[in-house]
Design a protein around this ligand. Structure first.
Ligand code: MG
Length: 375
């Protein structure tokens, strides 16, 4: 069953402080809205509709699987605009989520979707555990019974046709979509929310969200290995540098074995397969291609997924040519292509003591690791 997503980002809330609305502010280096979209980029979810303020449309270009629509004067108007945009896609279910909750986890989303197997509507919430006071002028004036009270969260999930009809029929403003569903007379199932699924509302929430993100820091290490055999020629390409040699390297592209190993290391860290998957050798357009294209693609994919490449290490294994005199130029070239400082790129070499195919000077092997950190 298809499950579409609506992310409501049309608000102009000013309680979080800052010059621009909170969804456009940066949280640990990345815009809140991009983190929220990324958090809901999960297998089986889509299409995604982001509802924006009409003045903000240029800030988030639509892309494959992600539509943007202009919101209305109220939150309900904005959600309705998102629902109407999904009508041609006829999803079975829809999750409606606040852009200001960037820390939503796949586990929480899974609980909401699972509940929709038996309920028309389901939403996450956290039971109130603190004592509740009433106060006036800084003085406690009374206590309230917290039994049966919940703090509501999003994403709230619904059967699509039913919530569309409920929104079309609803008059006036609603705090959230659960209120719209209840006004239409449906029971809404409560699923377990998550304390960390906070809604960025006040200035201090950015610091709290950063602490939570820090605790869940996503660090990945990928490795790559490649071999190319020697063949006729007068030079080899290694890590983007052409080195005169008694032979060339044979390959479909320019046979830059070092750059291939590093590219595969980055794909590996992203769990995105290998060069052959992104640039099939069966495709004639990559014949003789400069391997820079492959490495630049892997680096761009890392950035797109929100990762910074913080370190690379390449080891070339051969008896000849000598790598040492060219290592500096190789580091600079790899760093330029990836778009990082050369101080984060290592290139070194070893022989194999005249053992094995590299020892017999039949070819060159390379291994590489890449460290990626979610920015
Ligand atoms: Mg190769």
């Amino acid at each position: 069953m298809s499950t579409a997503v609506i992310i409501v980002a049309a608000g102009r809330g000013s309680r979080a402080g800052g010059e621009i609305p909170k969804q456009w502010q940066r949280l640990a280096g990345r815009r809140v809205i991009d983190r929220t979209i990324g958090a809901l980029a999960l297998p089986g979810l889509g299409p995604v509709v982001v509802v924006l303020h009409p003045d903000d449309m240029a800030l988030l270009p639509p892309r494959v699987g992600l539509m943007t629509v202009a919101g209305g004067a109220t939150r309900s108007d904005s959600v309705r605009a998102g629902l109407e945009a999904l009508v041609p896609h006829a999803p079975a279910r829809v999750l409606i989520h606040d852009a200001a909750r960037p820390l939503v986890t796949p586990a929480l989303v899974g609980r909401v979707i699972a509940a929709l197997d038996t309920a028309q509507a389901a939403a996450p919430a956290v039971a109130v555990t603190d004592a509740l006071w009433r106060g006036a002028g800084g003085i406690v004036t009374g206590t309230e019974d917290r039994a049966g009270l919940y703090r509501a969260q999003t994403p709230q999930g619904f059967r699509f046709d039913a919530i569309l009809a409920a929104h079309r029929a609803h008059r006036g403003e609603a705090a959230d979509d659960v209120e719209v569903a209840r006004a239409a007379g449906w029971p809404v199932a409560i699923v377990a929310g998550d304390e960390d699924n906070l809604k960025i509302t006040l200035p201090g929430d950015f610091a709290r969200a950063e602490r939570i993100l820090g605790a869940a820091l996503d660090i990945r290490i990928g490795n790559g290995f490649d071999v190319h055999r020697f063949g006729p020629g007068g030079s080899v390409w290694l890590c983007g540098v052409e080195i005169p040699h008694s032979h060339g390297l044979v390959g479909h592209s320019d046979a830059d074995v070092g750059m291939h190993a590093l590219t595969d290391a980055i794909y590996g860290a992203l769990a995105e397969g290998d060069i052959g998957r992104h640039f099939p050798p069966s495709d004639p357009q990559w014949k003789g291609a400069a391997s820079e294209i492959f490495l630049a693609h892997a680096a761009a994919l890392a950035r797109e997924r929100g990762f910074a490449i913080t370190h690379c290490d390449v080891t070339l294994i051969c008896e000849a040519p000598k790598i040492g005199p060219h290592a500096g130029a190789m580091r600079a070239e790899l760093a330029r292509i990836i778009g990082i400082d050369a101080g984060r790129v290592s290139v070194k070499a070893t022989t194999s003591e005249e053992l094995g195919f590299t020892g017999r000077r039949e070819g060159i092997a390379a291994m590489a690791t890449a460290t990626l950190v979610q920015a």
